[in-house]
Design a binder for this molecule. Structure first.
Ligand code: GUN
Length: 286
């Protein structure tokens, strides 16, 4: 087998964004306005600032409208919730994204619950989460949706395969496990406290790693020929961006592997554009 093919998330995300760009033109011709994404950042977390800038840049590329709302770290929870309610009521806003994490004095759950489910482009609202788990129409969270596109891009059949997800967050681990289950994979969710993690990950035909720990998965923990998706976004000692997967050793064993940067990250943003279109259409057709 030809080992170590790299899945180019940047190239795939460019295809998706181009698709969105033509959809935006069609939607504007049909409905007389463009979809509009509103991104809120609270405080000055440098990583969040980069992510948010990239989201707004992607929106501009697709031709959709976007608004960036930068709020001070000291803003009260009630003030933030009021800003969200205003956007919920604004007929020209289709998508609302509040970048996480939030300052400690703000309850993230209350913030997520306040975003109107129709404008919840992140798919974090309880109504969308329940929709995902019950198999109803819903907004699928961006990173899990992007991971599925990456897996599909290499043409691997998921039915009957063993998928191992390392990480159990509400943003990535839990939803991607459900999406893999929907595609008839046998799914194991492992995490930081799993005993003998390597014994579990070695079972995986498809391995998704989303823990936030650099170098957690090494080559001897990967089954030869597996597809490896690295969701990690860590800084190493030199300040370089790296994933949860030790790329050098895993690349030799995997059939396909995503790099960091240039793998999952760009796909998350591309799927955010898709979700904004989805929200726009649901609202226009309601
Ligand atoms: N922080 C890390 N990932 C995400 C995401 O997908 N959406 C939001 N809103 N915040 C994040």
């Amino acid at each position: 087998m030809n080992m170590g093919n790299i899945i180019d998330g940047k190239a795939l995300s460019a295809l998706v964004k181009d698709e969105v760009r033509s959809e935006v033109q069609e939607l504007e011709a049909r409905f007389g306005r463009k979809p509009c994404l509103c991104v809120i950042i609270v405080g000055e977390n440098p990583a969040s600032q980069v992510y948010v800038r990239n989201k707004v840049k992607a929106a501009a590329y697709t031709g959709m409208d976007s608004r960036l709302i930068e709020l001070p770290a000291e803003i009260s929870e009630e003030e933030l919730l009021d800003r969200i309610r205003e956007l919920n009521d604004d007929p020209l806003v289709d998508g609302i994204l509040v970048q996480l994490p939030l300052p400690k004095h703000i309850n993230e759950e209350r913030v997520i619950d306040t975003i109107s489910r129709e404008k919840d482009v992140d798919g974090f609202h309880p109504a969308n989460v329940s929709g995902l788990w019950l198999g109803k129409d819903c907004i699928v969270p961006c990173t899990p949706a992007g991971i599925m596109r990456l897996i599909d891009s290499v043409g691997v059949e998921l039915k009957g395969k063993m998928a191992v997800v390392v990480g159990r967050s509400n943003i990535v681990g839990k939803p991607v496990a459900k999406l893999l289950l929907d595609r008839h994979a046998t799914v194991v969710i492992a995490h930081s406290r799993t005993a003998d993690l390597g014994a579990v990950t070695r079972l995986a035909d498809v391995l998704v790693v989303a823990v936030g720990k650099a170098g957690l998965v090494t080559g001897e923990m990967v089954k030869p020929g597996a597809v490896v998706i690295d969701v990690g976004m860590n800084r190493n000692a030199e300040g370089k961006l790296c994933g949860d997967v030790d790329f050098a050793s895993c690349e030799k064993v995997a059939s396909w592997i995503t790099p960091v940067p240039g793998g999952v990250g760009p796909m998350t943003i591309a799927m955010l554009m898709k979700n904004t279109i989805h929200c726009f259409l649901s609202r226009m057709q309601a």
